[in-house]
Design a protein. Structure first.
Length: 376
């Protein structure tokens, strides 16, 4: 067998090979959803993705006989290191053949670069941050990924662990079904909370540019305040959040993004998105034309939504606003998304949320994602 070589991505041609090589590892996997090539180019662009205003990325290719057999990126996040006062670096965009030697060489290259940047640990996978697609799928390989979640071959678990990586944190995904979600107790509770605290629901306005900008800023402020203490989370910068809004606007369903207000004051928000992966899975080209055609012709397949994030300002966190918003999402999604929703990611040590999902909402935990870490 010819020797496997590792080299950094240096040119635009290399960058496209890095992106398109992902298809090499999922040719026969019916659950894989191909990414959009243009979206990947923007995600990895140090000029177009605002995360690189405070972060760095170095990409590597593993090649044998002219074929890409693996890839990885080393990533440093200056805002993470500033917030946590640590020297944790990251790896992401990992793909590899089922070959431990190839995986080890990729990790060695990423670790060497991270050490050059002054890092003492490597954590991941993150693509390229915890606010993006993150974590390795370790349980639940029989279902395709939903929008903005990761998917990988099962053998990746062994590749990481044999390379010395250990679990840093597990995160869960739950399935919520309409027929088992609501109950009389939940209905009575949320009605009483609305009346007692004068809680009202207001959905965002996607079509009004000025109102959307205001609503988006409110969501950013609540998220950054409500999630400040969550493990590994780094607040969005203004530029990062503006880019996120721009990317999500074409696929957003206005009814699934809303605020909870108390006496007319914004207190919390819910953000859920249609699972367009259920349409995109029918297109493997990675091109915008193919994706657009799939969304047009397979729109009826988009029958599930993903509850991505809910945030409540600290001063309102103990009055039950979360119960009202979770009741509301079922009401708003029942007709258009008959298969229900996925709630993800929920950290393994978020006992209150895990208990509410299983005991109150009758959700089924069906996937587990893992962030790994290794001292370097």
């Amino acid at each position: 067998m010819s020797q496997t070589t590792i080299r950094p991505v240096m040119t635009e041609t290399d960058r496209m090979r890095f992106i398109k090589s992902q298809w090499n590892f999922y040719k026969n996997d019916p659950n894989w959803v191909a990414p959009l090539i243009d979206e990947r180019k923007k995600l990895l662009s140090v000029t177009k993705n605002p995360i690189y205003q405070h972060s760095k990325i170095e990409m590597f290719l593993a090649e044998r006989d002219g074929v890409v057999v693996g890839r990885i990126a080393g990533i440093t996040n200056g805002n993470h290191n500033k917030k946590y006062q640590d020297k944790v670096g990251f790896f992401g965009f990992f793909e590899c053949e089922n070959n431990q030697d190839t995986a080890n060489k990729l990790f060695d290259a990423a670790h060497a670069w991270l050490k050059q940047q002054g890092m003492t640990a490597s954590r991941g996978p993150v693509n390229p941050s915890m606010n993006d697609e993150a974590a390795l799928l370790v349980e639940g390989f029989d279902e395709p990924p939903v929008i903005l979640t990761t998917y990988n071959p099962a053998y990746y678990v062994a590749l990481l662990e044999n390379a010395g990586y250990a679990k840093a944190k597990d995160m869960y995904a739950y399935l919520l079904r309409h027929e088992s979600y609501q109950n009389d107790k939940m209905k009575r509770l949320q009605a009483a909370l609305r009346e007692r605290y004068k809680i009202t629901i207001r959905e965002i306005n996607i079509k009004n540019k000025a109102q959307l900008e205001k609503d988006a800023n409110d969501i950013k402020e609540i998220y950054n305040a409500a999630w400040a203490s969550n493990w590994g989370i780094v607040p969005f910068t203004d530029a990062e959040f503006a880019a996120l809004v721009k990317d999500l606007k074409p696929v957003a369903d206005q009814r699934l993004i809303y605020f909870a207000e108390v006496d007319g004051k914004v207190a919390g928000f819910m953000l859920a998105l249609p699972d367009i992966n259920r349409a995109l899975i029918h297109s493997r080209s990675g091109g915008l034309l193919g994706a657009g055609w799939s969304l047009l012709t397979k729109s009826s397949k988009v029958d599930l939504c993903r509850i991505i994030v809910m945030g409540v300002l600290p001063e309102y966190q103990k009055i039950g606003i979360d119960a009202v918003m979770y009741y509301e999402i079922e009401e708003r999604s029942r007709e258009k998304y008959p298969q229900g929703g996925e709630a993800s990611w929920i950290a393994e040590d978020n006992e209150a949320m895990n208990r509410a999902l299983t005991k109150t909402m009758n959700a089924k935990r069906y996937k587990t994602y893992r962030i790994y870490e290794k001292s370097i």
